[in-house]
Design a protein around this ligand. Structure first.
Ligand code: R5P
Length: 331
């Protein structure tokens, strides 16, 4: 007798979000936007520095998103992510996505001198070895980092959101000019001006006499009597932007603003910004930016909505580039 069964009922997909310890505030905002609760996971560090992770609820068959954006203790937070991925694999999660809005070591993406590592590639290798299924990141230092992976990488951008902030800010009739902080950032600045009608483009070049030191070398463009907005992907020690700010005031800019996706603000960054004549610095919460009362010039916008929409579309097998009208793959 012929078997009359033509299909087998499968369990419904289940979206679960967990957070590592690097940016729980962002993870909570994303979960809130998705109207789900953050999953419960026990994370601790033993006295010798080893990390332990255990999911405190059933993750079997789930479409799991782990939010981790390593910053303060960057190597431990990366290791914690790898451990969380492996624990999820061993607990039979169906698909695991590492949500890494800031990709650690992204600036080590090529050999610039003999005998250097390409650590951004090594991070990709480690993530794949832990058996992650997908990676979701934002404004990678170079888009080519996607090519370090064999698995899908969703590369999102905060630049339209940052550009809209300046587009709708009241600058009166003063013309705007977006300034790329270095030659490699021109695509980012072009993306910015595409979104801000009438905004001109200028370019700085810099040299690094040493790691964590930056000096502006050349300037192409005109900022005289204009509002200059420096556009960069990362502010780390703020050496690049404070050098650029001084150059732009020297060149006659009326006011100088800065915007960047990832506000790392390590070491001397906040002190440099406090002493700088910059009007305002606008970054996002891709990393856990901690500001004090002495940092009123720094404003943080949230990328939670962009990431929540991306996660929703990945979960529902919809396009993620449509969130940006296809405009998120130009890096
Ligand atoms: C470098 O190429 C990046 O785009 C940033 O300009 C750089 O990482 C910023 O670093 P810092 O703030 O330490 O100068």
């Amino acid at each position: 007798m012929a078997d009359s069964t033509c299909c087998v009922a499968t369990p419904r997909k289940r979206l679960m979000i967990f957070s590592g310890r690097s940016n729980p505030a962002l993870a909570a905002r994303i979960a809130d936007k998705l109207d789900v609760s953050l999953g419960s996971v026990q994370l601790k560090t033993f006295s010798n520095g080893e990390i332990y992770a255990r999911y405190e609820e059933n993750v079997r068959g789930s479409d799991m998103f782990i939010v981790q954006s390593p910053l303060d203790d960057i190597n431990s937070e990366l290791m914690e992510l790898l451990i969380m991925i492996q624990a999820a694999q061993l607990a039979s999660a169906k698909r695991i996505t590492a949500v890494m809005p800031y990709y650690p070591y992204s600036r080590q993406d090529k050999k610039s001198a003999a005998r250097e590592p390409i650590t951004a590639r090594l991070v990709a290798t480690l993530l794949e070895a832990a058996r992650v299924d997908r990676v979701l990141s934002m404004d990678l230092h170079q888009g080519q980092i996607q090519g370090f992976f064999e698995i899908p990488v969703d590369h999102m951008t905060a630049v339209p959101m940052l550009a809209d902030y300046f587009r709708y800010k009241d600058f009166g009739d003063t013309p705007l000019v977006a300034v790329s902080a270095d030659a490699g950032g021109v695509k980012l600045a072009k993306r910015f001006i595409n979104r801000v009608p009438g905004c001109d483009l200028a370019v700085l070049t810099k040299m690094r006499p040493d790691h964590n030191r930056a000096e502006t070398m050349h300037f192409i463009g005109d900022v005289q009597d204009k509002i200059a907005i420096i556009v960069d992907d990362i502010i780390d020690t703020a050496g690049s932007v404070t050098s650029a700010i001084d150059t732009l005031y020297d060149r006659g800019a009326k006011e100088v603003y800065v915007t960047a996706t990832h506000g790392i603000f390590s070491g001397p960054a906040c002190e440099r910004i406090r002493q700088s004549p910059v009007k305002e610095i606008v970054v996002t919460d891709t990393v856990n930016v901690r500001l004090g009362p002495d940092d009123p010039k720094i404003k943080v916008l949230s990328v939670a909505d962009i990431l929540a929409r991306t996660i929703r579309n990945v979960f529902e097998d919809e396009s993620v580039s449509e969130i940006f009208a296809g405009d998120n793959q130009l890096f």
